[in-house]
Write a protein that binds this ligand. Sequence first.
Ligand code: XIL
Length: 333
Amino acid sequence: MLGRILFGLTLLFFTASLFASTGLRDYQSPNRLAVGAAARSSIISNSSESLYRTTLAREYNMITPENELKWKATEPAQNKFNFSSADVIATFALKNGMKIRGHNLLWGLSNPTWLTQGQYSATQLQSIMENHISKVMTHYRTQFPGIVTTWDVVNELINAGPGIWTPLGKSTDKVTQAFNIASIALKAARAADPSAKLCINEYSLERNGSATNTYKLVSRLKKAGIPLDCVGFQGHLSTGSVTKSQWIASLTAFAKLGVEVHITEFDATNAPPAQYSNAINACLSVPQCKAFITWGFTDKYTWRGTAAHPLPFDEKYNKKPAYDTLKNALATN
Ligand code: XIL
């Protein structure tokens, strides 16, 4: 009798812990998607934020460091690299069977003062850029093998513009300029880690992707044989909806150019379940769509400000309707 009770209790405990450890990463068919969230090293390291850690590890199989791999963080002084914050996230990923999306290697924003104020020539900028890409990628390839599978090599090059990298563009035409800058960065990235997926990451691609300058850019890069594996659709949505067919048409247009497509920074003001549903279901219906990542996961920590509530978990780490939408889509596709 006692044996049976003990057996029953053990079974109950086992089943309960099995359910407790099930998250978004588990509902899909095996390896269909990277399901991820951006995260911050300071919160991962905060002893009073255990729910942040358990939620992140339970739900996701990929993390994008929110700021820790940007230039300001990794090369605060010229050729003096600091990987301490990003390594906190890489260590967390390693421990929890997760991968990292490296964000990012080149952007017009978040750059250190030595770089923005340096007034470098095009030749100098090129070697500064190549050195940075090589050093950052080599650190992760050698210190955390197999963890940083994907890199946003260039970020917002068309929409935010090249900023300090403009001299390397050698043109006043936006697309040509971006093509010249991205080519240098992508080649350096391929040389530093031949097995990483190399992406271009951009915003406002979801409504009419094939009409954008980013589409022209990707098309030219692929035709020229420049190493490029994926295009990231950031997907920061405010009011105003994006339909599932807009998402599908835009994702498909890029996929036809011969790249994977990733949704990389999704969030939506007030987290309308329909907006989440349109995006995730579109991604799941396009075979080349290989990642769905939200920019954060709890409304407690979002770059959109305290009034936006754009994420799948509330401030107390409770699941919101947007969460159920993601879960159902992953489970049924
Ligand atoms: C944002 C971070 O979330 C903020 O914490 C930081 O202050 C500024 O950058 N597009 C991007 C991200 O590619 O890197 C941005 O992240 C959000 C918009």
